[in-house]
Design a protein around this ligand. Structure first.
Ligand code: PLP
Length: 365
């Protein structure tokens, strides 16, 4: 039975279970997005986002948009992926393939290196393509491929970008604030992320961290008005945005950013995530629930497991839902073979122990 004093624990990779502190911030007064107090809030959020990683503070600007993580990824590719050059998309899951679909929809030139979902990114293939095709100007990749829980080797991809003089677009929607990101070393040109994953806020606001130089000297490649980062960059310099923002989501985001700082920043968060996810994988292994990827492939907070023999995802899901936990299905072709557990959010040790207890009962039955 779910304890009365705990909310339903979301073990899907965002939205996450938020803390009472962030929840309380949602009860504040309404704000007009054209008033100076809202502009001050936006400027504060932009500064706190830049400061999560030391080396993004000076050279990058955080541009806020109202929308889910996909909105940030699409705004990044809309505004910056060139029509005159070519983007090399490196995919090993749904999200990588989604970036290629976006470029296709936008009618922009790209090459897709489509890897198997359980596999690491194929660095040899990337390097060969970079050597072979002089038209390539940009590389786009997923940092944490949420499809499987694999943390991709962005350091190696970034190094290749440096070696061949390419610009690097990173979808860090599900790793920002929960994994190491080295903006300068990885040659990051722009990076997309969201409020409702490792930052532990509610859905509604996403953002792109983009190199200021790019915004000052480049020309917009967007064929969409709403997603044009150049326009947003100019207007958001003083805290205002071209269109109505999700104002309450901004208030919650500021509180979540303060909470992240009070809890010791991304490194502490990664440690907390790792403690839980490693414990889960260890306990599940003891129960005979097999991992989908090798242990060392996983990000700090995501695990994927093969469905226990004789159990469908829906059966597993329904038992856990009754106990106050929401797990996550495999996407696409993986629906019938795996389930996923993300342990971001305001999760207590008691929640983790209770979850393991439920799985013990399931595996006995
Ligand atoms: C969650 C996620 C997104 C965005 O998905 P939304 O449903 O739009 O929030 C993009 N990329 C990755 C890697 C993700 O995990």
């Amino acid at each position: 039975m779910k304890p009365e004093n705990r909310p339903v624990i979301l073990l899907n990779p965002g939205p996450v279970t938020i803390s009472e502190r962030v929840r309380a911030s949602l009860m504040k007064e309404d704000l007009c997005h054209r008033e100076p107090e809202f502009a001050a809030l936006v400027l504060d959020i932009k500064k706190r986002i830049r400061n999560i990683y030391q080396d993004s503070a000076a050279d990058y600007e955080a541009l806020l948009l109202s929308g889910s993580g996909t909105c940030a990824v699409e705004a990044m590719l809309q505004s910056l992926a060139p029509r005159g050059g070519k983007t090399l998309v490196v995919a090993n899951g749904i999200y990588g393939e989604r970036m290629a679909s976006m470029l296709e929809t936008q009618g922009k030139p790209f090459t897709l290196i489509k890897g198997g979902w359980p596999e690491p990114v194929n660095l040899t293939a990337v390097e060969e393509e970079l050597k072979k095709d002089a038209a390539i100007t940009h590389v786009a990749a997923i940092h944490h491929e949420t499809t499987t829980g694999r943390l991709n080797d962005c350091a190696a991809l970034g190094e290749l970008c440096g070696k061949y003089g390419k610009k690097f677009f990173v979808d860090a929607v599900s790793s920002f604030a929960g994994e190491e990101i080295l903006f300068a070393d990885w040659n990051i040109s722009a990076l997309a992320a969201t409020a409702n994953k490792c930052i532990h806020s509610i859905p509604g606001i996403c953002f792109v961290l983009v190199k200021k130089e790019e915004m000052e000297t480049g020309a917009s490649q967007a064929s969409a008005l709403y997603l044009d980062l150049y326009k947003i960059y100019r207007e958001q310099k003083n805290g205002f945005s071209p269109f109505t923002q999700a104002t309450h989501a901004c208030v919650a985001l500021e509180e979540a950013l303060k909470e992240l700082e009070d809890q010791g920043g991304w490194k502490s968060r990664r440690e907390r995530y790792r403690t839980i996810s490693r414990k889960l994988r260890k306990e599940f292994a003891a129960l005979g629930i097999e991992r989908f990827l090798p242990e060392e492939a996983y990000s700090s907070y995501m695990s994927s497991f093969k469905l226990p023999a004789g159990k469908t995802y829906q059966e597993l899901h329904d038992i856990l839902k009754k106990e106050g936990f929401v797990i996550y299905a495999g996407q696409g072709g993986l629906y019938h073979s795996i389930f996923r557990i993300a342990n971001m959010g305001d999760i207590l040790d008691s929640d983790v122990n209770r979850l393991i207890g439920v799985f013990k009962t399931i595996m006995k039955g």
